[in-house]
Structures are given as structure tokens and as C-alpha cells.
Design a protein around this ligand. Structure first.
Ligand SMILES: C[S@@+](CC[C@H](N)C(=O)[O-])C[C@H]1O[C@@H](n2cnc3c(N)ncnc32)[C@H](O)[C@@H]1O
Length: 167
């Protein structure tokens, strides 16, 4: 059971919209704070942290800040919208484990959703392992191939080889 939700955003406009639109009479407490993820001080209780809608560099920087404050009971869900490869590469070398991952298709756009934890035994794969199955996974592969085929840097070429080898 969720006892409280804490929302943060560095945009004053977003914070105003959140405060205007959120109903406060809920079963749980919602707090809304004008701040960046990099300034968060975490509470000791078990947490689910959701970081979505940003680039991989921003998410990586928030994770670097939060890492020393996390415990093995916490889960972190991230959904980077760009610069996913470098973020995944750094996660593959980090102390995070993969709990689950998937790709969702929303209004014609694909989004990777990756659940991380400090406990586990599956490392994060630089390209993703569980995201390529099913109709959405196949559609995402086609989308990624189209996009990265146009890039000629070493990272993109290696990624395209991986995508082509997927069956
Ligand atoms: C594209 S919106 C996505 C909103 C929602 N998370 C979603 O996925 O639908 C990205 C939001 O992240 C916020 N943001 C950008 N950098 C941030 C940071 N360092 N810490 C916290 N929020 C940040 C932006 O102000 C913006 O409101």
C-alpha cells in the first residue's frame, strides 16, 4: 500500500499545474516540490522512484546523485526519451541490477521502461534483452533500425549489427 507520493520538478510552470490539478483528499499523501532530481534527499522508507520523460544524460546524473541514498529495498523505474545507448552502457557498468524492462507504444512513440534495483543477479544489458519480443518489440526494432542506420559512429554501427542479428 502506498502511503505517500512525492512529486518534484524544476519547472515552476509544471509545479503550478500540478498544484492546481491534484486533488489532495486522497487515501495517501501527495507532496509537490519545486526541485530537481539532483537535489532530492531520500527518506529511509522503502521507495519506488520514477524518473521519466528526460534524456539519458539527465537521468544518469539524477541516478548518480541518488545512488548513495538508495537501499536494496528500493526500486527505480526510468524511462529515458533520448541518449538511451550511453545511459544503458553506464548502467551496464554500474551497481544497479535489472529487475524488469519493456517497451511501450504510446500515441505512435516507443518508450523504454527499465526497472532497476541494487539487489538482484541480472546486469543491465547495453542494448536491452527483454524489450525485443512481441509485436511492440518487433516494431521498436524496425524503428531503431531505421533511425540508427542513418548514423555512422561506432556505437550506432555496433547497435545496428545487434538489431540485425535479432530474430
Ligand atoms: C517531457 S516531461 C515528462 C513528464 C512525465 N514524467 C512523463 O514521462 O510523462 C519531462 C519533465 O521532466 C522535468 N525535468 C527535467 N529535468 C529534471 C530534473 N533534473 N529533475 C526533475 N525533473 C526534471 C521537466 O521539467 C519536465 O516537466
Amino acid at each position: 500500500m502506498v502511503s505517500s507520493i512525492h512529486l518534484v520538478d524544476p519547472s515552476i510552470e509544471v509545479i503550478k499545474n500540478l498544484k492546481d490539478s491534484y486533488i489532495t483528499e486522497q487515501d495517501f499523501k501527495i507532496t509537490i516540490e519545486h526541485k530537481s532530481g539532483q537535489d532530492l534527499v531520500l527518506r529511509p522508507q522503502k521507495k519506488l522512484i520514477l524518473i521519466a520523460g528526460m534524456g539519458g544524460k539527465e537521468i544518469g546524473s539524477i541516478l548518480t546523485h541518488l545512488l548513495p541514498q538508495l537501499t536494496v529495498d528500493d526500486d527505480v523505474i526510468i524511462s529515458p526519451h533520448r541518449d538511451i545507448l550511453p545511459l544503458r552502457e553506464s548502467l551496464a557498468l554500474s551497481t544497479f541490477y535489472l529487475k524488469d524492462e519493456s517497451v511501450v507504444l504510446d500515441e505512435g512513440r516507443f518508450y523504454q521502461v527499465i526497472c532497476l534495483s541494487l539487489s538482484g543477479n541480472v546486469k543491465v544489458h547495453s542494448y536491452g534483452t527483454k524489450i525485443w519480443g512481441g509485436e511492440t518489440g518487433r516494431g521498436y526494432r524496425e524503428h531503431q533500425l531505421l533511425h540508427f542506420n542513418a548514423h555512422k559512429d561506432t556505437r550506432s554501427l555496433a547497435y545496428v549489427s545487434f538489431l540485425k542479428a535479432l530474430t
